[in-house]
Design a protein. Sequence first.
Lengths: 406, 267
Amino acid sequence: MTEDIAIKVDNLSKIFRLPHEKNSSLKSVAVNFYRRNKGYDLQKALENVSFEVHRGEFFGIVGRNGSGKSTLLKLLAGIYSPTSGGIQVNGSLTPFIELGVGFNMELTGRENVFLNGALLGFSRKEMTAMYDSIVEFAELEKFMDQKLKNYSSGMQVRLAFSIAIRARSDILLIDEVLAVGDANFQKKCTNQFVQIKSQGVTVVFVSHDMSMVERFCDRAVLINNGKVITIGKSSEVAREYEDFNLEQAKNNRGKKKGEQNTGNSGSLGNNAAKISCEIADKNGKAVNTIGSNESVTIKVKVDAISSFRNAILSFTLENVNGQTIFAGSTKDKKMSTFSLNKGQSKDFVLNIQNIFGEGEYIYDVEVATANRETIFGHVDNAAEVDINVYEPNGWLMRPSYEVVER
Amino acid sequence: MFKRIFSKRNRVLLAELVRTDFKLRYQGSVLGYVWSLLRPLLLFTILYLVFIKFLKVNYDVPHSAVYLLVGIVLWNFFLELTAGSIGSIVGRGDLIRKIRIPRWLIVLSSSLSAVISLFLNFIVIAVFMVLNHVAVTLNILQFPLVILELYLFGFGIALFLSAAFVKYRDVTYIWEVSCQALFYLTPLLYPVAKLHWPIVKEILFSSPLSQTIQAARYALVTNHTYTIAQAFHNDWLMGLPYVITAAVFIIGILYFRKKSKSFAEDI
C-alpha cells in the first residue's frame, strides 16, 4: 500500500445470517438441535465493495437508508469483521462511529466526560487538562454536575461532540453527527470540520445531507443495496444521488398510482374531496418543467364527492431528499374557509415565487379543516416540478440579493 | 503480546470501566458501599446461627466462626465473578455495537468489580481474625496464590458464560442451577472429614472450588483443616484441580476469542 493511501477497501463483502425462527420454546430448541442445520436467511449487506481513501482526504459515503453505508462504516471501524475481502488501514483510527457512545445516563456530565475520554484513550490526567475547554466548547458549564438523564438530547450531543473532536487520530469516522443541536452549535461544528480538514486529518463521513457532503467532501462513494454505484468527486456523486433518489421516488409513485405527472388523486382522509392538480406555465398550459425565471404555478381543482364544510387548502413542497422546502395554506393567507356541497367544485391557483435551486420537487396538496381534525382530501406526491437553472451549482435556494458598495 | 494487552489505552479504559461499574452498583441505595461489607456479614450471621449455634455442627477446627466466614466470602466472590459477569457483554451492547474496544476488557472490568468486593470483605475477615485471636502463621503467604487460582478459574468461566450468553439466554438459568449444585459440592457448611467414602472426597477435591477454599482456610485460619493433601493419596492426582483451572481458563479464552468476532452482530 502506498504512503498516500489511508484506507484501502478491497472486494469487501459482508453477509449477515438472519435466523428464520427463534428458538423460543424448549421444543424447537430440541428439534433444531437434532436437525442441526438451522434455517437462516443470508442478507448481503455489502457486495464486493472496493475503494481507496487518500491521506488527508474528506471522503463521503452516501446512500439511502438500508443501503449498507453504516455497515461499511462499522467494518472500517473494526466493529464488524468482514465475511470476505479486506480492509487495510494506514494510521490510527477513531474507534467510534457515533457520538456519545458509552454515555451513561446515571452518571453526571463530568463523570461522562472522563468515561468518554477513556474510550478515546485519554488518561484521567490528560482529560483533566482539557476538561475546561471541553465544557466551554459544549457551553454546558452550569450542568456538569447534573446527571446525564436530565440533559436534553441537544445538550448530550454537544457534550459528546466536544469530547469527540479531541480525538487525536489520523483517520476520523463520522456517522451523521450534525442532525441535532441548534443552528449556533452546528456552525461551531462545521467550523471544527474546516479546521480538521486543514490539519490534514483523513475523514470518512457518512451522511444523507448532500449539501454537507458537497461542501466538505473531496470525493464520495454512492452505495445502493450493498453495491458501489459510483465513486468520484463529491459534487458529481451528490448529483447522481439526487437523480437516483428521484428515480426511486418515481418508481414508487408509479407503483402506487399507476400514473405520473398528469395530476393525481389521493386517498388519505375521508375522500369527501377529490383533488386534481397540475403545474402550469404562464399561458395556463400543463407542464412539468419550469425555467429558472418562471414562477411556479399550481392549478388545483377540488371536486366534492360528498359535502364538506369549513375547509382550507394547504400544500407542501418537498425536495427529492424528502425535506420540506416550503408549505403554505389558505389559512396562512387569512382567506376564509370554503364549503362545498356534493357535486360542486372549486378551482385554486397557487403562485409561488421561484427562488428554488435546480432540481426536482414534489408537492402535496390537502383539503382539511383548519385544525386538520378532519381531512377531506389529500394528494401525496401530487406531481413533480422540474426546475431548470442555467448554471447548476447544487444550492438549495436562489434568492435574489444585492451587494451595495459604499 | 503483553505490551498490546496492557497498552495505555486499555489500561485507561479498564480503570474507567471499573470505576463506572463500582459507582453505579450501589447508586440510589442509602448505605451505598457499606452493602459490600454488610451483605456477606448478614449472610454469615444467618449461617453462623443455624450451623454453629443451633445445629451445633462440629467442624473439628479451632475458630470455626472465622473458618465458616472465609468459606462464605470466597464462595460469594466466585458467585459474583461468574454470575455477575454473564450479562456483562450483553449489558454493554451499546459499546460493542458502536465502538472498537477489546471485548474481553468488559468481562475483565466486571470481574475486577468482584475483586474489589473481595478486598473489602478481607477487612471483615481480618476484624474477625483479630476478635477470635487467630494466630497468623507463615501459611498466610499461600493465600494470595490461592486467591489467584480461584480468580483464574472464575474468570475462565466468566469469559465462557458471557460469550455464550450473547446467543443463548438460557445460560443464566443453567448457571444458576449449576451454582446450586456447586454450593453443595463444596465443603462450605459441612466438615469434609465427616464424609464417608474416600471417592467422594476425591471428587470433591477435584473441584478447584473445594481445593481453593480449603487451602484458604488452611492458610488463614488453622492448619487443622482438611486439605487436598489428605483427600488424595496420589501426588499426580493432586494436580487435578490445577489442571482443571488451567483448562477452564484456556477454554474460556479460546471460546471467547472465537465468539467475540461476531458479538456486534449477535447482540
